[in-house]
Design a protein around this ligand. Sequence first.
Ligand code: UTP
Length: 475
Amino acid sequence: MCAERDFNQIERFLRGRNQAHLLSFWAQLNAAQRKNLLAQIRQLDFSQIDDWLANYIKKAAFTAVAADCAPVEPYGLNPDSLDQKRRYEQAGELGKELISAGKVAAFVVAGGQGTRLGFDGPKGNFPISPVKNKTLFQIFAETIAAVSEKYQAVCPWYIMTSPFNYAETKEIFRSNGYYGLGENDVFIFQQATLPNFDFDGKILLADKANIACSPDGHGGSFKALYQSGALEDMKKRGVGFLSYWQVDNPLVNIFDPLFIGLHALDEAEMSSKALIKSEPKEKIGNFCLVDGKVTVIEYSDLPAELTEKRNPDGSLLFQLGSIAIHIINCAFVERINTTGFSLPLHRAVKKIPHVDQQGRLIDPAEPNAIKLESFVFDALPLASKSIVLETLRSEEFAPIKNPTGPDSPETTKQMLVARAAAWLESAGITVPKKPDGSVGCLIEIAPSFALEKNDVKDKVNQIPEIKPNDQIYLA
Ligand code: UTP
């Protein structure tokens, strides 16, 4: 009876918003389904939806690039003066102190749907290490364990999932004994979702009883950290800094003392690592200064004349690309949540399965609908201060996005092997090469063996002679 009354009221409301089709299959739903569907509809924020329809759905939002868009001056790979050398040394020491004092936590975003890769299950469970075929989650867990051991500190790990992969992710960690990390030191939580729309602005139904929706983007992490209790947990532990990365990048240096230290010395609120783009139009965000604030402008939004513009020495004016590695202050997450903030949305046209008005399940072959998401880097301009540290692609960035070709498991494995070989070579070890110069064997360095190049130097006598086509695992 009550549901019936609610139905009438909500149906009238939806009709006024051109969304009454959400109740098209009401007569076919049982009581529990009806209750659930009404709850989903009540959760929709129609005041925002009107804005999304106007700005993102019915037209692709135009991102105006401010006229005073200027290049960012990063901290370079190496200090460029004696003063800066001292600063790097001081920062490295401070970073180590902060890690040792348990002030730094690991934070991976793993709530994406990985549609391009098309892997069945959470992407973190994708096997990738070149010799042992360890999964992404296992590599990160072993890294965190090795850092805890090295610095004699507890390094909690926060993992953002979505309602679509939370249960599976939890089960992966449970069935793997949390990879040897304490269960209490691994905090798995969920981000929010946003509804999917067709090109006319109608919200899609996933089936007759449920609204179609997608995770709200990695930018959803700021609200999710706050609302899930993760931030509260950090405060209890005395954690002050989050080392943020994306689940598809196994090369990440999660606890980099220099990066953490420079960020802390400069009293920044949210900072970033950057690399030099491989070509002007590489599909990564561009670091720019807009109104004096460090900002990332998507590759598709930076006007061609700026993308291609060069310095007198031939380098690109906007040469710094974003690799989604950040240090974020917990106090920053709290500040923006308690003072009110919103990140802009970005529109993606995707293939989204749904039921049509006849109740038929449509599994589209072509992109048919709009997904809205917010991006973590859009929070950078909200930070009072933000630094950028340059890094090398070969050391820190090899994301797995596609099943084949660029940014695929094959290229990521190659880069893991190439980095391991470079670390060994830097310690004076001879690594077999193919005629084209690529590595002629498989090498996997476990985090327990080395977290960075310098760690290899102390263990040279544990490394066997390496012959072509060997499979070497160092742990
Ligand atoms: P991507 O932009 O590569 O998106 O995410 P995706 O959903 O994983 O993959 P595609 O586009 O469907 O192929 C970059 C990182 O941000 C996380 C992902 O898990 C990945 O680590 N992410 C993305 C979230 O945590 N939540 C989201 O809503 C979106």
